[in-house]
Design a protein around this ligand. Structure first.
Ligand code: IDP
Length: 134
């Protein structure tokens, strides 16, 4: 299996809840290594740029407002199959549909305040890692 890198963001709701450590612990227990990380307050421009792919979606403005509502913890995770493994640990976008024991099932409030972001494919992982850790 390939060693991959993926971008993970612990979103403002989870940072505010004081569960950064609990979330990182899940990654580490699953064999993912934190190889770069930073707590950061995103600017509106940075949040809009990061989610540019969703610019035409009805929830875009709310998503940007949420992402700048407090600091986020951005990190690069490395390990075997890191992209899919991270997505599996995160659970479905809507916490109501997320499998029990996943990060979103345990820590997310709603589909917009859903605790974590994770790259969804090798191409997006490369772009997203470069966006924050050039
Ligand atoms: P993902 O984060 O699970 O990859 P995406 O479909 O890429 O999900 O959506 C990006 C983010 O946009 C989600 O994590 C969530 O915060 C927000 N979002 C997605 N769909 C909705 C929606 O229907 N209403 C409100 N926010 C949404």
């Amino acid at each position: 299996m390939a060693i991959e890198r993926t971008l993970s963001i612990i979103k403002p709701d989870a940072v505010a809840k004081n569960v950064i450590g609990e979330i990182i612990s899940r990654f580490e227990k699953a064999g993912l290594k934190v190889v770069n990380a930073r707590l950061q307050q995103l600017t509106r421009e940075e949040a809009e740029g990061f989610y540019a792919v969703h610019k035409e979606r009805p929830f875009f403005n709310d998503l940007v407002e949420f992402m700048i509502s407090g600091p986020v913890f951005v990190q690069v995770l490395e390990g075997e199959n890191a992209i899919a493994k991270n997505r599996e640990l995160m659970g479905a976008t809507d916490p109501k549909k997320a499998a029990p024991g996943t990060i979103r099932a345990d820590f997310a409030e709603s589909i917009d305040a859903n605790a974590v972001h994770g790259s969804d494919a090798p191409e997006t992982a490369a772009v997203e890692i470069a966006y924050f850790f050039a």
